[in-house]
Design a protein around this ligand. Structure first.
Ligand SMILES: Cc1cc2nc3c(=O)[nH]c(=O)nc-3n(C[C@H](O)[C@H](O)[C@H](O)COP(=O)(O)OP(=O)(O)OC[C@H]3O[C@@H](n4cnc5c(N)ncnc54)[C@H](O)[C@@H]3O)c2cc1C
Length: 412
């Protein structure tokens, strides 16, 4: 049987399925190949499952200190196996929805490993598919330390921790990027003794320096131990040897030192989108790249928001203070505790920091409950070149966290 399509997509993560939906909506015939589970890393091993577990962790944490709110929740306990089961149910529900939506959109999903034969030919399960446009959205895999093998028992990666049957008593987390921070919050909330080891000078090294410092403070209040500017030299006999000479003996180690693009042959005329490109490895960037390719809607690579979830959330977009030359910018900072809403929510930790140049916002860095929503408001302003003076005309609702943005505008 001949397989002829307008568009062939390898990988069904956010990059792949977004490309598929948008191409199908334009009337193109689409075939999409997936060697594992539909939805990719984001849905099955990344964004969604971690946020589901994180939510359970947050509820557990909140229930333990709700006395001051006039609520007594005595003998609060958790069942980790049930938490994992709940996470699995969410993932399965969303995967089924996605599969159904793809079917309704008439995207042919082939569950097999695909190989590129040429710029217009893909081979999968012994069949050849001719496609006018081939898109590779094959994603990325957890990066390992050179010479240290992830065994899924003592040394775990971000896939392994999602299916732990029981919690360890102690864990060393290598890396304090988004994955390292979110998991340190999860483990700490459930009473695991957590030590984060970060090779860079600061925790959350990609963040603005003041955000990194605030993460240190949050870690201290949550009793998460950390080393910065220190690497892991070797792991031997269930001992973690640090470059400063210290030796840690945790029950297990989570390696969260980034992700490496899947290897797939690069042939001229083929489009690569999402994590496989290796640059910004975020789900929303992956799907935006898909839309850029299919719909031609431009993507500003300098304006991709970053969000770390948990309590409080951490979000930023645009330039960091350390990227700007002294004297060339204005800075406004507002402590979240200055906002009435934060007291009502018992969530006063954090700040909003906005950087501007020539009456335009150039960067925003937020540590706060609802930071993920607030960064979006600021992005709209930056992307559309709306001046600080013009933004002051907006009426912000009270009581909200967004009011903090408004307060900052008057300090710029
Ligand atoms: C623990 C964790 C938490 C995360 N949290 C967030 C978050 O909160 N927000 C965020 O924006 N990002 C988050 N990410 C990153 C996010 O998951 C990725 O950026 C996103 O999944 C990338 O999408 P993609 O479509 O490029 O690739 P993927 O989602 O990796 O999908 C690629 C798919 O291609 C398939 N594939 C590969 N090769 C072939 C082949 N030859 N044939 C057939 N199929 C193939 C793979 O099986 C995979 O399903 C997280 C990642 C992890 C690991």
């Amino acid at each position: 049987m001949e397989h002829i399509y307008d568009i062939g997509i390898i990988g069904s993560g956010p990059a792949g399925y977004t490309a598929a939906f948008h191409a199908a909506a334009k009337g193109f015939s689409v075939v999409m190949f997936e060697k594992d589970k539909v939805g990719g890393v984001c849905l099955n091993k990344g964004c969604i499952p971690t946020k589901a577990i994180l939510h359970s962790a947050q509820v557990y944490e909140e229930l333990q200190c709700c006395d001051s709110l006039g609520i007594s929740a005595e003998n609060v306990s958790f069942n980790f196996a049930k938490i994992i089961e709940h996470k699995n149910q969410i993932v399965e529900r969303l995967r089924k929805n996605l599969e159904l939506s793809l079917k309704n959109a008439k995207v042919n999903v082939v569950k097999a490993e695909a190989k590129i034969v040429s710029a217009n030919k893909i081979e999968a399960a012994g069949e050849v598919y001719e496609c006018k446009d081939v898109i590779v959205a094959a994603g990325a895999e957890p990066r390992n330390f050179k010479g240290i093998e992830v065994d899924g028992k003592f040394i775990l990666n971000s896939d392994d921790v999602l299916n732990l049957e029981k919690l360890p008593k102690s864990i060393v987390i290598a890396g304090s990027g988004a994955i390292g921070i979110e998991w340190s919050r999860i483990f700490a909330a459930f009473g695991v003794d957590v030590t984060v080891v970060e090779l860079a000078e600061n925790l959350l090294p990609l963040a603005d320096i003041e955000v990194s410092k605030r993460v240190e403070r949050i870690f201290k209040t949550k009793k998460i131990k950390f080393f910065k500017g220190i690497g892991i030299e070797k792991i031997e006999n269930e001992k973690v040897y640090l470059t400063n000479g210290e030796i840690l003996e945790p029950e297990c180690v989570l390696v969260a030192i980034g992700r490496q693009a899947c290897e797939i042959s690069k042939i001229d005329g083929i489009t690569f989108i999402g994590d496989v490109c290796g640059a910004i490895q975020l789900a929303h960037y992956a799907s935006k790249q898909a839309i850029e390719h299919i719909d031609g809607i431009a993507l500003d690579k300098n304006l991709v928001p970053s969000v770390i979830y948990g309590n409080p959330e951490i979000a930023w977009a645009g330039k960091r203070e350390q990227d700007l030359e002294e004297g060339t910018y204005k800075k406004a900072v507002l402590l979240i505790s200055a906002l009435g809403k934060s007291h009502c929510d018992n969530s006063t930790e954090g700040f909003i920091k906005i950087l501007s140049q020539d009456d335009k916002i150039v960067g925003a860095h937020i540590v706060s409950k609802e930071a993920s929503a607030m960064i979006q408001e600021i992005l709209i302003a930056i992307q559309n070149n709306i001046s600080v003076s013009k933004l002051k005309e907006i009426c912000f609702a009270h009581p909200t966290y967004s009011e903090g943005i408004y307060e900052c505008l008057f300090k710029l």
